[in-house]
Design a protein around this ligand. Structure first.
Ligand code: SF4
Length: 349
């Protein structure tokens, strides 16, 4: 039986290549990929496989035909179909620190023959508990934490390139918000080939440094899970808005300097409580001189509830945008964004 499968990997540059299904480990959210690489496996972010597909909407339809409910988050349905399409047989299932929809999806996939290795981010951000999880994952994949730490220092160097792309976005205004989004979101798996990823990122940096400086009327922050709609950033660009902060995507790039894997994944905000996110967001609003925030919420996602806390603790203008399926922004979304941007431009005058 053929154990390879052609898939589109990553978002940073169009490419597709054969991955060995035996070597691939699917991930549904950011996990310690240092361990996966150290064990000789290839991490593949199933979210990226889904959203980079030529017809992501068809993947959502496919999952619904297979029985996933209409009123469930479309990312979950996309991940289900991406797993099926790639033929990936092993995934790391985050059972604490992601979402209950994902937990249920893992059980569905298990019932269809996919092996799921459980991984938890401890709710209380306890470092010892996280260390045990890292140790368990290393042992399960047949490696150890010493080797994973060596890999951390290799990947720290790769991620540094993306941190510089981020700096060129907000400090030098040379990288667009969409490019920033794509490079940061791709760090979740480093496209299954961290050496190639680094080479492409360095190539991009060299080109970006030579660009003229953007002159936006509004500096915007984007918070919440990555958007499922495809033209949000280009539409904002048409309105002369520069997205200088992509909150969750930046977290995927592990933006803090740390010495150990346990420290790195305790600092990472995504799996932890919203007040921890808000602390990071407030610092970045100040540092990046952000005029307003788009809080993106995915339909049928529990994270919609956090909008209340965001509005309570963040004191600059916020537009909450919700979206269901992949595709273009709807007319009403475009109108709401235009009105919000107009209001921000007026405040600045
Ligand atoms: S958007 Fe929300 S419900 Fe959907 S996969 Fe992400 S966390 Fe889970």
């Amino acid at each position: 039986m053929d154990s390879t499968n052609l898939v589109n990997v990553g978002m940073s540059f169009p490419m597709s290549y054969r991955i060995s299904v035996d070597k691939a480990i699917g991930i549904t959210t950011t996990v310690p990929i240092e361990i996966v690489y150290a064990a000789g496996y290839v991490p593949i972010d199933l979210n990226n496989i889904f959203i980079c597909n030529d017809e992501p909407d068809v993947l959502v339809d496919y999952a619904e035909i297979k029985g996933l409910p209409r009123n469930t988050c479309a990312w979950i349905k996309g991940i289900y179909s991406a797993t099926k399409r790639t033929g990936i047989k092993r995934i790391i299932g985050v059972v604490q620190g992601d979402c209950s929809n994902n937990q249920a999806l893992i059980e569905v996939l298990q019932s269809e023959g996919v092996e799921a290795i459980p991984f938890s981010y401890p709710h209380d951000r306890n470092k010892d508990a996280l260390y045990k999880q890292l140790d368990f994952l290393s042992n399960t994949l047949g490696t150890n934490l010493d080797k994973a730490h060596e890999m951390k220092f290799v990947l720290d160097n790769v991620r540094k390139t993306v941190h510089e792309i981020d700096r060129l976005t907000w400090e030098e205004n040379k990288v667009t918000g969409e490019e920033n989004h794509i490079w940061n979101v791709s760090t979740s798996d480093l496209m299954g080939d961290y050496e190639l990823f680094e080479a492409k990122a360095l190539e991009f940096l060299e080109e970006a440094r030579k660009r003229p400086v953007l002159d936006p009327e509004v500096r915007l922050g984007y918070i919440g899970v990555p958007p499922i709609c495809c033209n949000l950033y280009s539409f904002l660009g048409e309105l002369n808005v520069h997205v200088v902060f992509n909150e969750v995507q930046r977290q995927f790039s592990m933006p803090y300097k740390t010495d150990t894997l346990a420290d790195q994944y305790i600092c990472y905000t995504y799996p932890f409580d919203m007040l921890y996110h808000i602390d990071d967001i407030k610092k970045q609003i100040e540092k990046r001189r952000i005029n307003g925030i788009i809080h993106y919420v995915q339909n049928f996602c529990h994270r919609q509830i956090y909008d209340r806390l965001i509005r309570k603790y963040i004191d600059i203008p916020i537009l909450t945008l919700d979206c269901d399926r992949p595709g273009q922004l709807s007319g009403s979304m475009r109108t709401r964004i235009e009105a919000f941007v107009e209001m921000l431009k007026n405040i600045k005058c």
